[in-house]
Design a protein around this ligand. Structure first.
Ligand code: FES
Ligand code: FES
Length: 152
């Protein structure tokens, strides 16, 4: 079985797994990192959104071999110790979450968006296209605008 070494949330990890095992499976089942959620497995729902070298990816469609030597960040690695990321703070202030299932992916997508675009429009926000079955889209928009203002 091949070994794959990469960094997750600042910690070096090695997993033994077939090259084509989805990174999401490695994170959740082999490493016990359960923030990235499984919804569809085909890059549609985006519940699993995490970062690979700082960019948003869907680990359900990233083979674990592609992560070798790279930096993976999940929702668990976003805060700096006890200090929440401004996007997480904005999420709490706007009381965004309902059932919560999609929210780790929503937050990781929002953080990546704000890296690319300091002051996103509603259209930019809607384009991230993470699905929320609870329909929290309005509060997500408000939280991203609020986080953008905090980070300006
Ligand atoms: S689980 Fe739906 S996009 Fe990854
Ligand atoms: S908060 Fe329930 S799916 Fe988004």
């Amino acid at each position: 079985m091949p070994s794959h070494t990469f960094t997750v949330n600042g910690r070096s990890v090695t997993v033994d797994a077939p090259d084509d095992l989805p990174l999401l499976w490695a994170l959740r089942d082999l490493l016990g990192i359960r923030g990235p959620k499984y919804g569809c497995g085909i890059d549609v729902c985006k519940a699993c959104t995490s970062h690979l070298d700082g960019e948003a990816v869907r680990p359900c469609v990233v083979p674990v071999a592609e992560a070798a030597g790279r930096d993976v960040t999940t929702i668990e690695g976003l805060a700096d110790g006890d200090t929440l990321h401004p996007v997480q703070e904005a999420w709490l202030e706007q009381d965004v979450a309902q059932c919560g299932y999609c929210q780790p992916g929503q937050i990781m997508a929002a953080v990546a968006l704000l890296k690319r675009t300091k002051n996103p429009t509603d259209a930019d926000i809607d384009a991230i296209a993470n699905v929320c079955r609870c329909g929290t889209y309005f509060r997500i928009r408000e939280a991203i605008h609020s986080a953008a203002a905090k980070m300006a």
